[in-house]
Write a protein that binds this ligand. Sequence first.
Ligand code: MLT
Length: 270
Amino acid sequence: MTIRQMKNQSIKFKGIEVSFADNGRGKAVVFLHGFLGDKTVWNYYAKELSSSTTRVITIDLLGHGKTECLSYVHTMEEMAEAVYAVLKHLKLKKYYLIGHSMGGYVSLALAENYPDEIRGLCMFHSSAKADRDEKKKDRTRAIKVVKRNAKIFIDEAIPNLFNTTEKPNKQGITKAKKIALYTSKQGIVAALEGMRIRLDREIVLKFAPYPVLYIIGKEDNILPYKDLINQAKLSDNGRYELLDKVGHMGFFEAKKECLEILKGFIKGEV
Ligand code: MLT
């Protein structure tokens, strides 16, 4: 069965539908998308990695994709709880977590509570730090814009996620915008609120008993690469891959390279 043919599945969590896809068998790898994304951003990876020995689970986070909103503030902890409900529904005992940006914040919130269940954590253009004051102010401004007109916000935010030092990645931007436009106004605002108040989780990284891999874009406009390299070095089990000419969307911008990195990580090579 191809990913395209695959039907979405869902569970009920606190009265709302949480949507996910589950493909393959064996070692479980859980992919969590970032802000304004959804589980389909991982379709290529789900298709390439799922097999008779690897099970790929992709989940729509609260207020994104086909997962409904739970409230007006989606904390990283609540998002992690919803993810955990899916993992328990699937009876997973151990799994890799691959989290893109906000998905990485959620992964850390989950890993904090269940370190023994994690086989490995990939922070895919993501950070363990809380927002600094300036960033918090940006979030508040963004919330105002979204409340007035979400499309204006999306039209501005999405191109900036890609490498802006080269000619625009039109295909990637179009694809990412299409997914983002599917996100409800409430979902966008609730995620911005949740990211704004998220906790610093560098301590979770520092004492991570499992391998940690940072995938970092040298041209990331959202999370400066030098800071992420320092974070990767915090943990004795931490490593990083720095991608040239890549912004914040490596899974679209350097699809094959990222696939090979993830394959190695899951095999225990990196
Ligand atoms: C994301 O891609 O998830 C967001 O850009 C993360 C953030 O705004 O901190």
